[in-house]
Design a protein. Structure first.
Length: 189
């Protein structure tokens, strides 16, 4: 993989190519591409056909045929930022927990009891919602954990349980249709 440097002015042929690439880069999400951010902060972009490309956002490198052939930035590198943003929006408008989210949370609500319990410990509801959305189910038992893992991509209700710093237990429940996620105390259920 090499660092991509664009030399200006582009040749007419390169300029023509880049116009097409820029257009396609902006609609990766709609075209069915998906990306995950990896530990080393590169991203793995998967095409609708299932091909994967490891894109380095630092230098824009991507091992795809287009970069190799033309030495120009490809749609994967140019569109990565927007793709990640579109994914976040699709998961949860206004609450970008990032592409690690394993399912949509829908509208997020907190009951009065849970709200008071969280405030008492200065704890943030968002941090528990984020853990839940990443598939960290907290302290549910083995059977519930298995049910959650199996139910993420099904129409199943998902339940997490967490213990606040003062020992209070809270639940986070996402409804089967992913329309609402509720943060509540167990006795409010
Ligand atoms: Zn590429």
């Amino acid at each position: 993989m090499s660092v991509i440097a664009i030399t200006l002015p582009l040749t007419p042929e390169a300029a023509r190519l880049m116009r097409g690439v820029n257009g396609r880069a902006m609609r990766l999400f709609a075209d069915g591409y998906r990306a995950v951010i990896l530990e080393d902060l590169t991203s793995e972009v998967t095409s609708p056909e299932g091909n994967t490309y490891r894109v380095n956002p630092q230098n824009g490198s991507c091992p795809c045929a287009f970069q190799e052939q033309h030495g120009l930035p490809c749609k994967h590198s140019l569109g990565l930022g927007k793709l990640l943003q579109d994914q976040q929006r699709a998961n949860l408008p206004g609450h970008p927990f990032g592409p690690q989210m394993r399912f949509a949370l829908g509208q997020m609500v907190v009951t009065k009891g849970a709200d008071e319990a969280l405030a008492q410990c200065n704890a943030s509801m968002l941090s528990y919602l984020r853990r839940h959305s990443f598939g960290d189910w907290g302290e549910v038992d083995k059977a519930d954990k298995r049910a959650n893992d199996a139910g993420v991509n099904e129409e199943d209700r998902l339940l997490s349980a967490y213990t606040l710093p003062d020992g209070t237990r809270i639940w986070v429940i996402t409804e089967w249709d992913r329309s609402v996620t509720t943060c509540l105390l167990p006795d409010e259920y």
